[in-house]
Design a protein around this ligand. Structure first.
Ligand code: UDP
Ligand code: MG
Length: 313
């Protein structure tokens, strides 16, 4: 009988210290899994260190290793897309190379799909030791917010690490948008998902490639990609302010007719002007963000550009 093939997609950005260690761990798991067919697809996301050389070394040693090297840094989301597009396995997973997604979990995930008939087995973090208190707090608020304003509710602490059937990955590939927010896309495509909690260990080597500024951008991406609520809120707020100012206008009119024209109320006026000015600019900005996303979508630029792969060697 033909063995199932599991493809592991691993986006890497300046991860020279982790690439070999990750391979060793996967190799261990592949042996434990009765040498289940494996494919390890590294994506070199424009690294400026020796990541690519590390991948090439592994490829020469083991032909189950493949790599795709981008022409520059396109971001983890682009890496995931490239991996899904090029993976040849029956089951596909995406993992961080820093071993925060432990390869031995693949065994349990595979069982979930084969024995319990799930389409996808995904992981979420119970605890995350290496996140700062600030990051933990902001992440918590973020999950509450996205759950409220978008239809694609997300499991708090959801990792990108999940094992999926080919069919699910094909659906993800059909969502070819340029501005990608994979956590939302995973939820959007549906399919039966089993969730398993685990304690996320520290990064094995190197430093996080997601500083708070990048995470903030990613959070905005998540909102804009999967919710139009900010636009609706701005419209409603505008309407409320119109109504209030209309009532206030009538009040002033009547007061002037009865009591004559006084010049009191100047501070109120200044406060209102600055407040409304700020609010208008803020929502103009919100609309601007959406327009900039539309702008990038219509340009239809490629999600990633490949410079070389293992086939070029
Ligand atoms: N990564 C990537 N491109 C980027 C940033 C990150 O391919 O522009 C990869 C990175 O090499 C790692 C994974 O995405 O394999 C997750 O990054 P990291 O561990 O730094 O994020 P954290 O765990 O701190 O959220
Ligand atoms: Mg990490």
């Amino acid at each position: 009988m033909k063995k199932d093939k599991i493809s592991i997609v691993v986006p890497c950005y300046n991860e020279e210290e982790c690439i070999k260690k990750f391979y060793d761990e996967v190799n261990k798991v592949s042996k434990e899994m009765n040498n289940q067919e494996f494919e390890l697809l590294y994506i070199n996301d424009g690294s400026t260190d020796n990541s690519l050389e590390e991948m090439k070394k592994l490829y020469k040693k083991d032909e189950r290793v493949r790599f795709i090297s981008f022409s520059r840094n396109f971001g983890k989301e682009a890496g995931i897309y490239a991996g899904f597009e090029n993976a040849t396995g029956d089951y596909i997973t995406v993992m961080d190379v820093d071993l925060q997604d432990p390869p031995e979990m693949i065994k349990e995930m595979y069982k979930g799909i084969k024995e319990e008939d799930y389409d996808c087995v995904a992981l979420y973090s119970n605890s995350h030791k290496d996140y700062s208190l600030l990051r933990k707090g902001l992440t918590k608020i973020w999950y509450k917010l996205i759950g409220k304003i978008s239809h694609s509710t997300q499991v708090p602490g959801a990792r990108d690490f999940r094992l999926m059937k080919r069919q699910m990955v094909n659906s993800i590939l059909k969502m070819g948008e340029y501005n990608r927010y994979i956590k939302g896309i995973f939820t959007y495509v549906g399919f039966n998902t089993k969730w398993i909690g685990y304690d996320t260990p520290d990064r094995t080597d190197g430093i996080s490639k997601f500083p708070l500024t990048k995470l903030f951008k990613y959070a905005v991406e998540g909102i804009v990609s999967f919710s139009t609520k900010p636009l609706v809120i701005s419209a409603y707020l505008g309407l409320i302010f119109c109504l209030v100012s209309f009532i206030y206008m009538i009040f002033i009119l009547i007061r002037t007719l009865i009591m004559g024209n006084g010049v009191s109320g100047w501070p109120t006026l200044v406060c209102l002007i600055t407040f409304l000015g700020g609010l208008q600019l803020f929502f103009l900005g919100v609309i601007g963000i959406y327009i900039s996303k539309i702008y990038l979508e219509v340009k239809n630029r490629p999600i990633y550009i490949v410079k070389e792969t293992e086939k070029d060697m």
